[in-house]
Design a protein around this ligand. Structure first.
Ligand code: RIB
Length: 299
């Protein structure tokens, strides 16, 4: 099978991760157990995951001309992600995510840094490249106008767009119409479709909106009925990056020409493997790891 070509527009950050037994409340200080610095950012995570799953991946993003920026670019190279469209910005700091892992879940504060400069102008310079992609992916750690512009451009040039609306923010009905696939979690779905119940939103956007429900699975409407594609039970070490792995794997499977339900099944397998490793990218599987979950089959 020909490798699908995917352009990922999005954030590239360094994750500063503290593990602690207890999450501090407002005004409280607690003693943590460990501190680690690992590559992250939703865009970069999705690019790395898609590359590990066998796609030809180009990252479109910005880093600062600093220590983290160099590490982020090296990490792309080590993971086979093409950096032709990654710009290193003089005088800017790279994006950072400040993560607390406690009580079985994470809390994250993101500081955009250079990711603010992934602007519509920057995307304009990549249009001739985007035309050559089988799929474009974008998330919401870049400016809102960049998401809107990308949706418009992808529609114009006829390249499918997978929009992962994370973190949550409102999106215009035009962007919802222009995107090909939208993958909110339940909270993001409630922000996106404020006047619709979850079932109404799925029905209105059949084969477009896939709502991720954590350990429960992923739900969409296939034109006839609501389908819940279940996840796989695993021992969870760190859930950071599970959503990114899901999106990347779904994107790879769709770009390979698979049906939606099959693509979600593949993505659920990849995402369940991702939570067994530390850090956003630490547990992201290779293609053969996902295929093995089906006993060595097609994945
Ligand atoms: O989706 C996980 C990512 O969100 C982390 O890697 C962190 O960078 C945050 O932006």
């Amino acid at each position: 099978m020909k490798k699908p070509k995917i352009g990922v527009i999005g954030s590239s950050s360094m994750d500063l991760v503290v593990s602690s037994e207890k999450r501090p409340g407002a005004g409280e200080t607690v003693l943590g157990e460990s501190f680690k610095t690992v590559p992250g950012g939703k865009g970069a995570n999705q690019a790395v995951a898609a590359s590990r799953l066998g796609a030809e991946v180009y990252m479109i993003g910005c880093v600062g001309e600093d220590f983290y920026g160099k590490q982020i670019i090296n990490n792309f190279i080590q993971n086979g992600v093409k950096t032709d469209y990654v710009r290193s910005l003089t005088g800017m700091e790279s994006g950072t995510a400040h993560i607390i892992l406690a009580e079985g879940d994470n809390s994250i504060v993101v500081v955009a840094g250079a990711n603010k400069y992934v602007t519509p102008d920057y995307i304009t310079n990549t249009i001739s490249f985007l035309r050559t992609c089988d799929l474009v992916m974008i998330q919401q750690e870049v400016p809102e106008e960049t998401v809107a512009y990308t949706a418009q451009i992808c529609k114009e040039i006829g390249v499918p767009l997978l929009l992962n609306p994370a973190p949550a923010r409102e999106i215009t009905s035009t962007v919802i119409e222009q995107a090909t696939y939208i993958t909110p979690n339940e909270h993001e779905a409630s922000v996106l479709f404020q006047h619709l119940s979850q079932s109404e939103a799925l029905k209105q956007f059949e084969n477009k909106v896939m709502i991720t429900e954590g350990a429960n699975g992923v739900r969409y409407y296939n034109g006839e009925r609501e389908v819940l594609v279940p996840t796989y039970p695993v021992e969870v070490l760190d859930t950071t990056g599970a959503g990114d792995t899901f999106n990347a794997a779904f994107g790879v499977a769709i770009a390979e020409g698979r049906e939606i339900e099959e693509s979600i099944g593949f993505a659920n397998r990849a995402a369940s493997l991702s939570v067994t490793g530390f850090g956003a990218q630490g547990g992201m599987p290779l293609r053969e790891d996902v295929d093995k979950m089906l006993g060595g089959g097609q994945g």
